[in-house]
Design a protein around this ligand. Sequence first.
Ligand code: NAD
Length: 494
Amino acid sequence: MTDPIDSVESFDNFIDGAFVPPGSGNRMQTRNPFTGRVWAEVPDDAAAVDAAVAAARRAFETGPWATMSAVERGRLMRALGDSLARDAEEFAVLETRDNGKIIRETSAQTAALSSYLDYFAGVADKIHGEQLPNPSPDFLVYTEKVPVGVVGVIVPWNSPLMLLTWKLGPLLAAGCTAVVKPSDITPVTSLLLAQRAGEAGFPPGVINVVTGGAAVGAAITSHPGIDKITFTGGGATARHVARAAADNLTPTVLELGGKSPQIIFDDVDPEAVTNGLLSGIFAASGQTCVAGSRAYIHEDIADEVIARVVARAESLVLGDPSDPATEMGPAASDAQRDRILEMIEVARTEGATVATGGVVDPELGGRFVRPTVIVDVSNETTIVREEVFGPVLAVMTFRDEDEVIGLANDSDFGLAAGIWTTDIRRAHRVARALDVGTVWINSYRTVSYNTPFGGFKQSGHGKDNGIEAIDGFLNTKVVWVELSGKTRDPFVIG
Ligand code: NAD
């Protein structure tokens, strides 16, 4: 990989086991959000989707993948994981270059990719149907678990390789093949992952990657050759995806945004809670689906906690995301920065007070929005209702448990929540009452390969990770076998 400052790298789609230039010749550029420089260009050609779907279909139906044992599938997945682990740091550098996330986080993510593939590799050969006891002795009834087929995979820019691996792990374990579209903001590493898969021994056509923007995404979601769509991204895009899928009755997994509450009771250590709030919203510059962007703090400790959070926000080290000392990087794009600033402005006009931040960093400029804490808001304020996807924490107070449960659940979203308390009964009571897919107690933003991840309400449906994720890529086939040879009444069911 040459220095991006000196040159613009050119990449092609990865289709049927090889890099293929776009037939139309259309390309798009990708920028380093820290330097603002174009560092790579990739195809942007919706017509390429047909070839990718055809390759995935061939691989699924007739290629070596179609008849490969699950043990062998698992071996290939582990080999891919090993390959990614070997060069995890190189992939981390590329992710940081493409989306501006701090290297500490991208390093941790790329180092973990192999564990996700290992986990699902281990599950691949344990997928099986079952024999069902039937009331009639005349029948043997059993089920088979069969892969759904060709999966359209669309992922966002905030954690490109991690979110892609969350989807590839279960779908490959199930025996499916994939047509992947990474975000137009972060297209490169997915192409390189597909190349690594080819080198690891995956047959051509099992993993295809087509880069580009919304038109390429739409070509995948509306394609009649796609059997399942798994999408991670924003709610507005998800509505396009769901509409397109509806025309072909294609089933979907949708992992969408959130407006996740952090609930802080009055019995906590203010320092620990400050760390928790910080990690929930300023890590990844707030560009994480589980951002703990609404804080409800018990009124007896609110002043102290807010003062601590503001002080920490003001002392965070902003700068070059590839410097390990940096704690917060830039927004991933100009459009993202503009949206963050616009939402802060809307909050101001609705009566909110910006306790700190709310502006582009005066020294760094560019896409660096200062870590922002907003007070004087309520559940009616737009910034408390809508996802910002930036480093903006909206803080409110509460008096009692029932009140805060109501406030936390009063949201269109239901992705995640944090509860901070040392009262064990209260912690579990509140966890049970929250209408969200993941609850963290005295912690925030931890994930694992074996733990299902996904939201309720407008945060989506279906799961990434855990055994449950594999179910999304399997169909259950039922086989009835008549054993007796008796003649049955043709006009009676049962
Ligand atoms: P986005 O919705 O703008 O884009 C997601 C993907 O969809 C991209 O690859 C994009 O190119 C593609 N796309 C755009 N238009 C399309 C269309 N018409 N048809 C098909 N595909 C299309 O999201 P983003 O800005 O890249 O990512 C941020 C969003 O992702 C946030 O809302 C965040 O909360 C969400 N997210 C969710 C999770 C989760 O697991 N729940 C994880 C990370 C991010």
